[in-house]
Design a protein around this ligand. Structure first.
Ligand code: FCB
Length: 450
């Protein structure tokens, strides 16, 4: 198959994304302290298959090889996160010089290869002492987080111009709610949500103070909700889902107030808090994987349940494969948040069980097809008026998919977790050709039959 790929604006930024706990390993090396995820993974029955991030992709010790994979791909942007317990093991006070030096090497290595760093301050791993003080439900965590963000920008702000405060506050909130009965899950979750927003809002001016011409944003995972049918209770359930998932963070960030249900804001917050949270942003990071179709349900903290999307298959994680819904989400954003800052697609990817074939090559045509379809949606949204400035594939490497362990593989590069050997997949070569074609102004490139 060969067909014309859309041509994106010349200044569009192309990249890939990763996160510290998912790839670095070296969990106790060079003065790093334990994190909430280390503790969780080390607990019996912690992550699927007994997985831990102790070694993961061993990126910490294989930095040069991974930088070369990035350079070989031809990306202009690399989104990564800093492990808070690696650089500030107690979550306050002392900074670990050896941990900071790793990120110096990473940032300098990117810049030397002409790749712009995009730094996520928090991608879910925090020092265990922060967890012991209540994690994001703890009252001091927002202030600790803002101090940590400032420490990073003081160190790296001369070289890193693009900053993301928090990755997917919604996922952090849901994670904290799991296992609790509905009433307390809701209360606990919304308290965490508010603290995440405060931490973000407190960090923004401190990041800005130390970056000249820097761009500061946050990443939200947005789905795009629809009811399974016309039943009023399901329509109401979809509206609730939209409030508790897509609007819970968009509204305080971009409209200065939490969304309302039944005439009341879903989170009670003081006026002062609203002003902190709504600190102006330079971009909105959007992570998108799948849409959500819901029905009303008696159980669950927010009283709705996801159901299959008609006509869509599911991927290895059971998520609907429905790239055409990406465009719907982007047009919903355009219509509902006309004053939003420019968008960066900060994650988009496809999980599968990729393994090398007898010849040693890793063929992943389903990932290629999914990414191509998503890119067409992004391009159409730009044509329709969305201000989208960049796109990052999740992920460079197969890695530790949190609770799911190592089975779902999202990488453009296969990692053999026994030997840690890296093998670029067919999708890596496809993305490389795609990016080369974009640099030439979008000349025809071959599609999935690489
Ligand atoms: C997102 C996370 C990222 C990765 C992908 C698959 O929710 O931000 O770390 O796990 O999902």
């Amino acid at each position: 198959m060969s067909d014309q790929e859309p041509t994106f604006p010349p200044a569009f930024r192309w990249g890939v994304a990763t996160a510290a706990y998912q790839i670095e390993g070296a969990w106790d090396a060079d003065g790093k302290g334990p994190s909430n995820w280390d503790t969780r993974a080390h607990r019996p029955g912690g992550l699927a298959g007994g997985a831990t991030g102790d070694v993961a992709c061993d990126h910490y010790h294989r930095l040069a090889e991974d930088l070369d994979l990035l350079a070989g791909l031809g990306v202009g942007s690399y989104r990564f996160s800093v492990s808070w317990p690696r650089v500030q093991p107690a979550g306050s006070g002392h900074w670990n010089g050896r941990g900071l030096a790793f990120y110096d090497r990473l940032v300098d290595g990117l810049l030397a290869r002409g790749i712009e760093p995009m730094l996520t301050v928090y991608h879910w791993d925090h020092p265990q002492p922060i967890e012991d003080a209540g994690g994001w439900a703890g009252r001091d965590t927002p202030a600790r987080f803002a101090d940590y963000a400032e420490g990073l920008v003081v160190r790296f702000g001369d070289r890193v111009k693009r900053w993301i405060t928090i990755n997917e506050p919604l996922s952090v909130m849901h994670d904290g709610m799991s296992g609790l009965p509905p009433e307390s899950a809701r209360r606990h979750g919304l308290r965490m949500a508010h603290h995440l927003m405060l931490g973000h809002g407190l960090a923004v001016p401190r990041l800005r103070a130390h970056t000249r011409g820097g761009e500061i944003g946050i990443c939200l995972n947005l789905a795009g909700f629809s009811p399974a049918g016309n039943e009023p209770r399901d329509v109401a359930a979809a509206a609730r889902a939209e409030v508790y998932e897509d609007r819970l963070f968009l509204d305080p960030l971009l409209r200065g107030a939490y969304p309302e249900l039944d005439g009341r804001p879903v989170v009670e917050a003081g006026d002062g808090d609203h002003a902190v949270i709504a600190a102006p942003l330079d971009f909105l990071g959007v992570n998108w994987y799948a849409p959500a179709r819901v029905v009303a349900s008696a159980s669950g903290a927010f009283r709705y349940t996801r159901v299959p999307v008609p006509g869509a298959g599911t991927n290895l994680l059971g998520w609907p494969v429905a790239p055409e819904h990406f465009g719907a989400l982007l047009s919903w954003l355009r219509a509902n948040y006309p004053d939003a800052p420019p968008i960066q697609i900060t994650e988009n990817g496809f999980p599968d069980a990729d393994e090398p074939d007898a010849t040693g090559s890793v063929r992943d045509p389903r990932r290629i097809e999914y990414l191509r379809s998503c890119l067409r949606q992004v391009h159409a949204a730009i044509e329709a008026g969305s201000d989208i400035r960049g796109y990052h594939v999740w992920s460079l490497l197969d890695n530790l998919e949190w609770d799911h362990g190592y089975r779902p593989r999202f990488g453009l590069v296969h990692v053999d977790f026994a030997t840690l050997a890296r093998t670029p997949k067919e999708s890596y070569r496809w993305y490389r050709r795609f990016l080369a074609a974009q640099r030439r102004g979008g000349t025809e490139v071959p599609g999935c039959s690489a």
